[in-house]
Design a protein around this ligand. Structure first.
Ligand SMILES: [Mn+2]
Length: 352
């Protein structure tokens, strides 16, 4: 089946559903995908945000039992446990994603990589096509921009509608994320989705009642004001950290802070490496269970280095994408881990 036929089939599944139950990723891509489909098809349906795990798990079956859906929709989750799929046999499952292709038995699986391994346009793009409603373009653009993608034809269409939110000179990522109104909206949404699942669901519910990006950006409605306020609170903490981070001649920008609640190391890392593309950025957060770190670079491939290092320390884990990884170590091991990491990076730089 080609993509168009898959989308057609999925639309008709969504149209027929009376009680769809959505499981969606807790980032802007997964969340806007949910909001678009919920607005269009889901009024008697329900959404469940899946945070802090890449998987829809057997544990999520309790939500299925509780709600009794006639369709399950999985959005932007890279993995679904077999046990979950076994447990929902008899209920139709639609799974829309753009991460590496999985065995998707028992589901209608929509993933652009099925047709082109290099096509990883975000879930929000496919959800937008499924919703088929131009009034939701701003939601799609928020999700896509938040997921570090730029889809020229969609961006051009958006620019016509909201010229102030995407200036003409911005033609790629991550300029869009850090230099435009729609990028700001994506970052705002990302921050309002932090915290507990319950807290994040409050933001999601409010987002389903917003019709226009200016409601949030210029706080023109109570709903918009709520999200904007929630963002400001987290953003203040974020900006305070940003101000304290020193950029020196060292090829590594390193910053460590103590905090148990707010995971913003990835956000800090992304912004710093965008502003200082020649540096490797390492942001570490000390928690009661160890040190959680995010590392970014624009040219050094990080997983081989990080995997070699974590193998040397008990309980250490790490991995991710070529240019962006996460690591976790025990607190007592961290300073030695960092020293070794610096040494490895300097060695790599010498080779270049
Ligand atoms: Mn995504």
């Amino acid at each position: 089946m080609d993509m168009n036929s898959l989308l057609k089939k999925a639309s008709s599944m969504l149209e027929k559903a009376r009680r769809p139950l959505f499981f969606f990723d807790g980032d802007p891509d997964g969340t806007t995908s949910f909001v678009m489909l919920y607005k269009k098809y889901g009024h008697e349906g329900k959404g469940h945000i899946v945070k802090n795990t890449p998987r829809v798990e057997a544990d999520h079956l309790k939500h299925v039992k509780e709600f009794g859906p006639d369709l399950i929709v999985i959005l932007d989750k890279p993995l679904v446990e077999d046990e979950f799929l076994e447990g929902v046999k008899g209920i139709k499952v639609l799974w829309v994603d753009h991460h590496p292709v999985q065995d998707s038995r028992h589901t209608l699986y929509i993933n652009p990589r099925l047709f082109d391994p290099d096509d990883n346009r975000p879930t929000a793009y496919w959800a937008y096509l499924l919703a088929n409603d131009h009034n939701m373009l701003w939601l799609a653009m928020t999700g896509i921009t938040g997921d570090w993608h730029y889809i020229p034809e969609l961006a051009d269409e958006f620019r016509k509608k909201f010229p102030k939110l995407l200036p003409k000179k911005i033609r790629k990522q991550p300029d869009a994320l850090y230099g435009s109104g729609i990028g700001l909206l994506a970052r705002m949404l990302s921050f309002t989705l932090k915290g507990s699942g319950k807290d994040a669901m409050t933001s999601v519910k409010i987002l389903t009642r917003i019709e226009d990006p200016y409601e949030v950006l210029e706080q023109t409605t109570p709903q918009g004001r709520f999200l904007s306020k929630k963002f400001e609170k987290i953003n203040k903490v974020y900006e305070d950290h940003l101000k304290q981070i020193k950029v020196t001649r060292n090829p590594i920008i390193f910053y460590k802070y103590e905090d148990n609640k707010m995971p913003i190391t990835r956000d800090l890392c992304n912004e710093l490496v965008y502003k200082h593309p020649k540096k490797v950025v390492f942001i570490a957060r000390v928690t009661t269970t160890g040190v959680q770190g995010s590392i970014s670079s624009t040219k050094i491939v990080l997983p081989p280095i990080v995997e070699r290092l974590v193998a040397k320390y008990p309980e250490a884990t790490g991995g991710g994408h070529d240019l962006a990884v996460g690591v976790h170590t025990r607190e007592i091991d961290f300073s030695s881990f960092l020293k070794e990491f610096e040494r490895e990076i300097k060695k790599e730089l010498k080779k270049k």
